[in-house]
Design a protein around this ligand. Structure first.
Ligand code: FES
Ligand SMILES: [Fe+2]
Length: 365
């Protein structure tokens, strides 16, 4: 188990920002979100505002702070516009160079003798790499660890699952008054599912009473299946959703992947997908960015009404589960500093142990 203060001490949180979120590959966005020229996504990593943007097919990541007088350049979570600051219209190219500056001649020291902008005014650039449909960024320019090395045998797992994930049907942000590690620990086990999700994940999908299975881990990342029990309603559901039989990824379980430090992916029987992105805000606050996806199948013959109902239902159930967890996680945050118990994890919670091991290794490195 970790030291209790690791969950609430702000100084320790600042240390984590430096050691974990500034020196590792972290999940940035879904590739489809930056598929076309000028598409962008903004996120905060280690407290820094970052923009991931497509420049004519090339995906780049920059500090989202204008080098003129420090305005935020892209101001929405997603969008499609050039990398142009909304204050005085400085425009930046794929190298972060301000290639368009209104009234450029009025600046002293902005350009060199050849008229090229001084590189001091280039935006700070960060490394990006893509695996399947997942775009990662790395704030450290000193580390030479590639994304493939970072992901280990989960590299291929992300490529595999990407081909089964279809259209995004929902994006949202849920504020948690809890430390980011409490959120991670929660999703690494389903020991709580038949209790906390009695009427949702367990009640509706039958997930939570069977032992965890097929655990795989590579360094810091892990994946597993939480098998489901068959419910009476399953057969009826299967008939209504017969078109889902076409999907090529099927499993009688809730399949879960955790990519250290901030990405969780789950598949419910291959019929719906969830991607959670943890954005730590402070020692006791985490923004959870949630994305829901439908499976990647041929929908040409599928009734749009049924497709819409399925999408609505999976988002609704997803939120029900997330809100049930959030209530618990916020209570943990309130209580953790007062207990004398060292805490303990079971075999069912073994992935938490892997997470702690990697976490401590990274922190103490
Ligand atoms: S602050 Fe961005 S153009 Fe002035
Ligand atoms: Fe849960």
């Amino acid at each position: 188990m970790l030291k209790k203060s690791n969950y609430y001490d702000q100084e320790h949180f600042d240390f984590e920002k430096e050691k974990i979120f500034s020196q590792n590959w972290v999940f940035g966005c879904i590739q489809d979100e930056v598929k076309n020229n000028n598409d962008f996504v903004t996120i905060d990593v280690a407290g820094k505002p970052i923009v991931i943007q497509n420049f004519k097919g090339i995906i780049k990541a920059f500090l989202n702070v204008c080098s003129h007088r420090f305005n935020k350049i892209q101001t929405t979570d997603f969008g499609k516009r050039p990398l142009t600051c909304g204050y005085h219209c400085w425009s930046f190219n794929q190298d972060g160079v301000p290639f368009f500056v209104p009234k450029k001649e009025t600046f002293n020291g902005l350009v060199d003798a050849d008229g090229a902008p001084d590189s001091a005014f280039n935006l700070t650039e960060f490394r990006t790499e893509t695996c399947g449909n997942f775009v990662f960024i790395n704030l450290s320019n000193s580390s030479d660890v590639t994304l493939e090395q970072h992901l280990g045998n989960h590299y291929n797992k992300l490529i595999d699952i990407s081909q089964f994930i279809g259209n995004k049907i929902h994006f949202g942000k849920i504020e948690h008054k809890a430390n980011w590690k409490i959120l991670i620990e929660n999703v690494l086990e389903c020991y709580h599912c038949s209790v906390v999700h009695k009427d949702s994940l367990f009640g509706k999908l039958g997930v939570g009473s069977m032992p965890i299975s097929e655990i795989e881990y590579s360094d810091s990342h892990s994946s597993c299946h939480f098998p489901k029990i068959q419910r009476k309603s399953d057969e009826k559901k299967r008939k209504i959703l017969a078109f889902l039989d076409e999907r090529s990824f099927k499993h009688d379980s809730f399949y879960h992947i955790f990519i250290f430090p901030n990405l969780v992916i789950s598949s419910t029987e291959g019929a719906s997908f969830y991607v959670g992105q943890l954005c730590p805000v402070s020692a006791s606050e985490t923004e959870l960015r949630v994305r829901f996806f439908e499976p990647n199948i041929d929908y040409t013959e599928v009734n749009q009404g049924i497709r819409d109902i399925l999408a609505d239902e999976s988002v609704k159930l997803g939120y029900e589960i997330l809100e049930e967890d959030r209530a618990i996680l916020e209570n943990i945050q309130k209580g953790v500093q007062f207990t004398d118990s060292v805490g303990i994890v079971s075999e069912e919670e073994i992935r938490i142990k892997y997470f702690f091991e990697k976490y401590l290794k990274t922190i103490n490195n």
